[in-house]
Design a protein around this ligand. Structure first.
Ligand code: ATP
Length: 303
């Protein structure tokens, strides 16, 4: 099914399927927000990935003419490193991931992967290089095995199981009466938010992309689920360049760099420790989340 996403035209087909209630992809489309006018330039070459270093260089972007959303964003994620983005709702965090996946073209500036402008390479090759674990995962009304296997066409049952193990969802799946053959999705077994997210992580581990975008769920998960997801995310991040859109600061204290966004600009940046020492917006957010008491896990409390 991944093939469907290569030619954007095919998205229309998927959209009609959703309308018919075949699959619940509303959240995916909130992220995708299909834009038919994004086209490959004539003679576009495939992206050649060598490590998967990502760079945004003075990126300006607006969805609508009258409102700038990104106003001069520059940052880089070295190959294999993790950069986290935080900031108030509407600051433009998820927009960064949509731009990296090239759902939208930018107004000015440059976005590169291993030095190649993402606007100059084929979209198929770009999207093959990026795995997204979205806030809310889309499950097809099919077996859980299919839902994971969809990460890579032709994956064997053993590969699907290995990905599920890495994502810490294998034991849960085997506890179901029909195991990997259990039908999930709107018309099948309803999985919890945390279980769905681990299926998405397994799918992404199977896809094995050099670049990962993690869009953390806004809704708070219980601490047991949160811990399982963090472990599974860590497995997915191994050796991959990662951009994390975070709401709970406790999950990103290890990031190589944290970007604090406000109103389309990066207003603070640095490691967790450096940002705390700076006693600015990030330090305030951290203090606030700690007093709210719903985000501090063991690693967070030690910092
Ligand atoms: P949150 O933490 O709530 O997810 P965010 O920082 O990720 O927020 P974005 O989703 O990047 O924010 O949105 C940035 C701004 O762009 C918001 O003000 C939003 O209303 C606007 N926006 C997002 N998508 C569109 C769109 N398709 N058309 C027009 N405006 C949009």
């Amino acid at each position: 099914l991944m093939q469907l996403f290569r030619p954007l035209d095919a998205l229309g087909w998927v959209y009609r399927s959703i309308k018919q209630g075949l699959v619940d992809m509303e959240e995916m489309f909130r992220l995708i927000d299909t834009r038919a006018e994004i086209a490959d330039p004539p003679g576009a070459a495939p992206l050649s990935v060598n490590g998967g270093a990502v760079a945004f260089e003075d990126v300006h972007f607006r969805y609508e003419a009258d409102r700038a959303i990104l106003r001069g964003i520059s940052f880089s994620v070295p190959a294999g490193a993790t950069v986290a983005v935080v900031g108030q709702s509407g600051a433009g965090k998820s927009t960064l991931s949509r731009i990296l996946y090239r759902f939208y073209d930018i107004e000015s500036g440059r976005v590169t992967i291993d030095g190649q402008d993402i606007g100059a390479v084929t979209q198929g090759s770009l999207r093959a290089a990026i795995g997204i674990v979205p806030q809310d995962t889309v499950l097809f009304n099919d077996t859980v095995g299919y839902n994971i296997g969809y990460g890579r066409e032709g994956a064997s049952a053993a590969e699907i199981e290995a990905a599920a193990r890495a994502a810490q969802i294998h034991d849960f799946i085997t506890s179901l009466p029909k195991g990997y053959d259990t039908i999930v999705g709107e018309r099948g077994l309803k999985l919890s938010g945390g279980e769905k997210q681990r299926v998405a992580i397994a799918r992404t581990i199977l896809k094995d992309p050099p670049i990962l975008i993690l869009d953390e769920a806004t809704s708070a998960l219980d601490s047991h689920t949160e811990g399982a997801i963090q472990d599974s995310l860590r497995a997915a991040q191994q050796g991959r360049t990662t951009l994390t859109i975070a709401h709970r600061l406790s999950t990103i204290t290890d990031a190589d760099e944290i970007l604090v966004m406000a109103d389309g600009e990066i207003v603070e940046r640095g490691t967790h420790a450096a940002l705390l020492a700076q006693a600015g917006i990030y330090a305030d957010m951290w203090a606030r989340q700690q007093t709210e008491g719903d985000i501090v896990d063991d690693s967070g409390a030690k910092v």
